[in-house]
Design a protein around this ligand. Structure first.
Ligand SMILES: *Cc1c(COP(=O)(O)O)cnc(C)c1O
Length: 667
């Protein structure tokens, strides 16, 4: 299967490579001039790394959790990986760095506190973490632990999330926000939470929910704390814009909102209306859109107060973006504002609208998920192999008349190539290569002739690449050359399991080697996973100015691991992942960086075994084993294998069931 994939990628991407000789030459020339700064620039780590990720003088990516109040000696990621391997866990490993989560929660809360103080806002700030962004128990556990000192709460969008929140959240002053569509059971859970002391709000998403809430509240003898979710007309740019705007599937229209107010007045329960909520969508790259949303919603808030509702809480939802490419622009994978700009803009807009109308300042809530957890997780994978597409010089012939015309034409290109006609030669080479493939399909060219043609093509392209490199001016028409020369690096992971957004919505994540950064990377590459799916390839990479189609990587060395890090993968990736080809959850290791540059392993969660993933799709591992035993026994009876062979085969089967779903190097 892997073999098939090589060919499909080969066909799609026109992968060819420079020959060894040329490589060695350019390496030698460039080795002197390559340094760490060049690596940092190439991979952009200083821009997207947010100070957490850096390059050490030894050429290794380090993690640092320094804040204003305490310094932290940076720790190389390879050291952590080696430490984990010594303890028996293999890559792929999802590293969670506790300190980064702690820092992100601290920074969010302190930035709001600063803005509140500076602008003399009279209300408070309460953050809540939306569980859907990363539901893993350990993550929610750490968020409630680190958030305690700021009364950081949780947002639940379903019964299951609410049940998790109820178990994890202990702080009565932290908010517990219930969004999502609600049935009686969901409502009862929330009302009971209120009864035992949680600050639990039921946010109405659909008009019908109000009656059910009132009915259940009467039954349980509790005054509900009700919120309303607004459909704003403000629209935002970015990948997730559909969450906001008139046509949003969530929230109440203005007339539905009036109905809710009137109904509450009618039953004398208007005092229960305490919160206004909206959510414009995730990853909002432009601060103008954020201000626009707050402005519109603040008007609603003020008018609800003048209608006689007590209110007191104003929940602005999520949207605080992550700068994945480090460009600080309003591009979809970036953001054109800092955290401090976000918090002070929010406070300033609310303040100005409410002061105008004399409305008391509410407690402001935000539901930041992405920016809270994105930095916290790094996926580390080992590269298993690379495919470089090299010509075989021994099969390249002298032209002779008995050859197919396309091959003769291909051979002619090398002779004709000059700086002046380089563009034409590049186009011709591709044309004749495709012609040869076409005629092979029609049966007019033999396998050996096709193979000869491919080799001549590779050699010609290398020659073109060398010529292009020697030219002062960059030829615009040769843009595809790097891609045409790119290798495929096979990495030990599944995109569908670990980076679903990369596949589903073309999200780009920063990817780079975590060591060897003193050396110049010389191979243009795309990164393929080990699923048998042609979509299991990453061929878009972050770049300050544009997206790149290939990533420069180092030549692999035999008997030496080469590790890639996939950064900023803490938000949305874990639960969206699926079991494509039955690759399961990776090993997860949570570490805490200590101030002296050491680290402690806080928690290890072993990834799925093969038996685990098979049972997810309803196989019974015990039954599988007994069926296999039976088959093997039949083979013994027919004298195809000996009983001893059977024993070893059954043992191998059993061990495989217990094993990791990814490549294991130690066997
Ligand atoms: C998804 C979601 C969020 C999280 O948004 P981020 O952009 O990740 O901060 C917050 N609130 C609601 C209602 C959501 O659906």
């Amino acid at each position: 299967m892997l073999f098939l994939k090589i060919f499909s990628i080969l066909d799609d991407m026109r992968d060819i490579s420079l020959d060894r000789e040329a490589n060695r030459l350019s390496k030698k020339q460039l080795l002197e001039s390559w340094d760490l700064t060049k690596s940092s620039e190439l991979y952009g780590i200083e821009t997207w790394g947010a100070g957490y990720f850096n390059v050490s003088p030894d050429g290794e990516v380090t993690i640092s959790a320094s804040t204003n109040s305490h310094k932290n000696t940076p720790v190389p990621i390879v050291d952590i990986i080696e430490g984990i391997k010594e303890r028996g866990l293999e890559p792929p490993i999802l590293l969670r760095i506790e300190n980064l989560l702690d820092n992100q929660i601290t920074m969010l809360n302190e930035s709001f506190q600063r803005a509140i103080k500076t602008l003399e806002y009279k209300g408070d700030y309460r953050g809540v973490f939306p569980i859907k962004v990363n539901q893993q128990e350990q993550v929610i556990d750490e968020i409630t632990m680190f958030g305690r000192r700021y009364h950081h709460g949780l947002e639940a969008g379903s019964k299951a999330e609410l049940i998790a929140a109820l178990a994890m959240l202990e702080d009565p002053e932290a908010c517990l926000i219930c969004n999502g569509y609600k049935d009686a059971e969901f409502i009862d859970l929330a009302l009971n939470a209120l009864k035992i002391g949680y600050s639990c709000f039921l946010v109405i998403e659909r008009p019908g929910e109000l009656e059910l809430i009132l009915e259940r509240a009467a039954q349980l003898h509790v005054d509900p704390r009700i919120g309303v979710r607004l459909k704003l007309s403000s629209k935002v740019g970015g990948n997730w814009s559909e969450s906001g705007g008139d046509r949003s599937i969530f929230g109440l229209t203005t007339s539905q909102l009036i109905d809710v107010v009137d109904r509450l007045k009618e039953t004398g329960q208007l005092p229960c209306l305490q919160l206004l909520h909206y959510h414009l969508g995730s990853q909002i790259p432009n601060i103008r859109d954020i201000r626009q949303g707050v402005l519109e919603a603040s008007r609603f808030y003020a008018d609800l107060v003048s209608e006689g509702a007590p209110m007191g809480y104003f929940d602005l939802g999520g949207g605080l973006a992550v700068d994945y490419d480090g460009s600080q622009t309003n591009y979809v994978h970036s953001k054109n504002y800092s955290l401090d700009e976000y918090t002070s803009d929010v406070i300033e807009v609310v303040l100005s609208v409410l002061d105008e109308t004399g409305v008391p300042h509410p407690t402001i809530i935000t539901e930041s998920g992405r920016s809270t957890v994105a930095y916290y997780s790094v996926l580390i994978v080992n590269v298993l192999d690379s495919a470089q597409f090299k010509p075989k010089p021994q099969i390249i012939p002298e032209p002779d008349d008995s050859m197919p015309e396309q091959i003769i034409n291909l051979l002619q290109i090398s002779t004709d190539l000059t700086v002046k006609n380089i563009q034409e030669c590049f186009n011709d080479a591709i044309f004749y290569r495709d012609e040869i493939r076409q005629r092979f399909r029609l049966g007019q060219i033999s396998l050996r002739e096709r193979s000869m043609g491919e080799s001549i093509f590779l050699k010609t392209i290398e020659q073109i690449a060398r010529t292009a490199k020697s030219m002062k001016r960059k030829m615009p028409g040769l843009d595809g050359l790097d891609e045409a020369l790119s290798d495929v690096y096979y990495a030990n992971f599944s995109i569908f399991q670990s980076l679903p957004d990369s596949w589903a919505i073309d999200q780009v994540f920063p990817i780079m080697p975590i060591h060897r950064l003193k050396e110049e990377p010389t191979r243009h590459a795309v990164v393929a996973d080990i699923t048998c799916d042609c979509d299991g390839v990453i061929d878009r990479f972050v770049d300050l100015h544009d997206e790149k189609k290939t990533l420069l990587l180092h030549e692999l060395r035999s008997n030496e691991e080469y590790y890639l890090g996939f950064f900023l993968v803490g938000a949305y990736q874990e639960t969206l992942g699926d079991l494509h080809n039955l690759f399961g959850d990776t090993n997860v290791v949570s570490v805490r960086l200590e101030p002296d540059g050491t680290f402690s392993i806080v928690k290890e969660i072993e990834g799925d075994s093969i038996a685990d993933v098979l049972s997810y799709v309803e196989y019974d591992p015990k039954k599988l084993l007994s069926q296999y035993r039976k088959r093997a026994e039949q083979a013994v009876r027919h004298q195809m294998i000996t009983p001893k062979e059977r024993m070893l085969m059954v043992k191998n089967f059993e061990e495989s069931l217990r094993g990791y779903t990814y490549f294991e190097n130690h066997r």
